[in-house]
Design a protein around this ligand. Structure first.
Ligand code: SAM
Length: 260
């Protein structure tokens, strides 16, 4: 099943929500309902659905942030940070003056994140804030790095989110996005389709009592622009030296860009 850019081929005033077409101004509310319903089981489902692979992808992603391990200051903004996987791993692998702001639109996901941050004693290093990736509540050039992991495909106006990423980064700052992408390995792509459409919704049904949120998650992956199309959008937002690193044959990919 080929990936299809989310914003293309949709009639004016509409947007894709998984494989459905919905009114553009209705979409974020539907996305919020998905994350509000999965928040308490989000971490468990991530492990079950990916067989733990997301941990390896996230480890690679954290390394690319390149935060200092000594006492130099560093400011990370982790958008769509949800239950805190990126901000927490980053804080645990960087020096004492490396701080993070985690912004997410969902109060329920933030609540889970807040509890995890507190349990690890990281409240002084990680601040959690409610915010929309399309209109961030931060001043220009406030951060050294911007991360968004498995978040951007949930955003209705991806171009607006990318412009905001560019705005809040300092000159020389780095944009990093970890997202599902287009699997480019024959056979693995078939297996992956089977896993996505047959296994994941059933896992959702068994573990969380409903397949619908998980059907949205896998469908939204197929509607997200592939590696090349997304790299072009990042360039369009003003980033330079844009590059892509495929993970597990392209099932996921890390896009990087610099504000120069
Ligand atoms: N980054 C975390 C991770 O890697 O585990 C969470 C990813 S989760 C799949 C997607 C997150 O995006 C959810 O927490 C959701 O609330 C958030 N989100 C969706 N739309 C958003 C928006 N417009 N602005 C900010 N966050 C958004």
């Amino acid at each position: 099943m080929p990936n299809k850019p989310a914003s293309e081929n949709e009639p004016h005033g509409t947007a894709s929500f998984g494989f459905r077409t919905v009114a553009e101004d209705e979409r974020q509310g539907l996305v919020n309902a998905v994350f509000s319903s999965v928040a308490t089981r989000y971490d468990l489902m991530n492990d079950l659905m990916s067989g733990g692979l997301h941990r390896l992808w996230k480890a690679e992603f954290i390394t690319m942030i390149g935060a200092p391990r000594d006492d130099r200051p560093f400011r990370l903004l982790d958008v769509a940070g949800g239950t805190g996987d990126i901000a927490i791993r980053y804080a645990e692998r960087s020096g004492p003056n490396a701080t993070a702001v985690l912004a997410d639109i969902s109060p329920e996901m933030l609540e889970e994140g807040r509890a995890k941050v507190a349990a690890r004693g990281l409240d002084a290093r990680i601040t959690l804030t409610q915010g929309n990736a399309e209109a961030l509540p931060f001043p220009d050039r406030a951060f050294d790095a911007y991360t968004i992991a498995f978040g951007i495909r949930n955003v209705t106006h991806i171009d607006a989110a990318l412009r905001e990423a560019h705005r809040v980064l300092r000159i020389g700052g780095r944009f990093l996005c970890l997202e599902f992408s287009e699997c480019r390995v024959p056979l693995l792509d078939r297996l992956y389709d089977f896993h996505s459409f047959e296994v994941i919704p059933r896992l959702g049904e068994l573990t969380a009592g409903s397949a619908d949120p998980y059907r949205y998650l896998v469908e939204s992956i197929r509607r997200f622009p592939n590696q090349d199309a997304f790299a072009a959008m990042i360039r369009e937002a003003g980033f330079e030296r844009v590059s892509v690193r495929n993970l597990t044959g392209g099932i996921a990919a890390i896009h990087s860009g610099w504000k120069l």
